[in-house]
Design a protein around this ligand. Structure first.
Ligand code: OGA
Ligand code: NI
Length: 343
């Protein structure tokens, strides 16, 4: 296998562990504390659907995360998707430069996350991210990379399959909540915001000092992640401890975002997660997101509210939630608390 040297779009020369990447003590990952005893549930979608619904429901309540196998998306297509995104990140900086932006509202954007330390200095994450819509693609396909040459066609094919899987998962999750199959898709509105994000985590000389992706919850409704095989990095909080998400061949990692937490009135959780770096191996992931229409009204679903379960959140337009999110300038703090009702 050819090993390419990764270079950041806006970096000078190969990536090195300069102070710009070194986290203040309290933000470091403390890798010795990772629990190896627990792992997130693995659900086989070929099992009878009543069982799948039950397993997903339990996973959503207890973990907010699970993996799926036998999901029906051809492994060859997933491999191709991972290959084109990897090739894109490994282009020389000058070829990636046209995609770079610090304007997080751009449709197609290559960017680097950061966190702020105690003195408000930016500390960069040890990663690079590339984000764009996955549906509808026609309006933006001309804005996507032409190198690697198959990028556009592979994304289009992958997006089609992901669209089917998203609907299927939203149906299973609706049923798990005791709702009609189409309930969540309907609540999320007619023009859902559908974006994909590639994340590239180069090997890091000292993973104790950096993070690939800071602690966050996803602000959308549902996320489907494909990750490199044979290398771990994604971690989720479970009972106050960090749990590593295993790398399982041909699986997808599924996690709930803030909007399903709100719609389910807090029954299903949008759980904190992060990505740590690896000393010897690069790691790549492709996350595809399903978020509500900007004008969708999000709030606890009526059928889930009763005397024992009063509404935990107020209703809002999804656009309001996004406005709060963008006020944070890419630091990925929490926003769902803003919409909590105080009694
Ligand atoms: C994300 C995310 C995880 C990963 O993009 O929101 O959590 O493994 N990605 O890269
Ligand atoms: Ni995430």
């Amino acid at each position: 296998m050819e090993t390419k040297i990764f270079r950041l779009v806006n970096g000078s020369g190969p990536l090195s562990l300069t102070p710009k990447y070194i986290l203040p003590q309290e933000k470091r990952p403390k890798l010795s504390e990772i629990t190896i005893l627990a792992s997130i549930p693995i659900i086989d979608l070929k099992e009878p659907s009543a069982l799948v619904v039950e397993q997903i429901s339990k996973a959503c309540e207890e973990y907010g995360f699970f993996q799926i196998v036998n999901h029906g998306i051809p492994v060859e297509l997933c491999d191709k998707m991972m290959a084109v995104i990897t090739d894109f990140f490994e282009l020389p900086p000058e070829e990636k430069a046209p995609f770079f932006t610090t304007d997080l509202t751009k449709q197609v954007k290559l960017f680097n996350y950061f966190v702020k330390d105690g003195s408000q200095n930016k500390v960069s994450m040890w990663s690079e991210c590339f984000s764009h819509p996955w549906h509808p693609l026609d309006d933006i396909i001309h804005l996507l990379p032409q190198n690697p040459p198959q990028y556009r066609e592979v994304v289009a094919e992958y997006a089609k399959e992901i669209g089917v899987l998203m609907k299927r998962l939203l149906s299973l999750i609706s049923q798990g909540l005791g709702l009609e199959k189409g309930c969540l898709v309907k609540k999320l509105g007619e023009k859902p915001i559908l974006r994909a994000q590639g994340n590239y985590y180069p090997p890091c000389p000292d993973p104790e000092l950096t993070l690939g992706l800071n602690v966050h919850t996803d602000l959308n409704a549902l996320t489907i992640v494909r990750q490199s095989e044979g290398v771990t990095g994604l971690q989720v909080i479970r009972d106050g401890k960090w749990v590593a998400v295993e790398s399982i061949p041909n699986a997808f990692v599924i996690n709930l975002g803030d909007q399903i937490q709100v719609l389910s009135n807090g029954r299903y959780k949008s759980v904190h997660h992060r990505a740590v770096t690896n000393k010897t191996q690069k790691r790549v992931s492709v996350a595809t997101f399903y978020a509500p229409s900007r004008d969708a009204i999000i709030g606890p679903i009526e059928d889930l509210i009763d005397e024992q379960h009063p509404a935990v959140y107020r209703k809002y337009h999804y656009s309001e939630f996004l406005d709060e999110f963008y006020k944070q300038e890419g630091t990925r703090r929490l926003v769902k608390e803003i919409f909590e009702l105080k009694y």
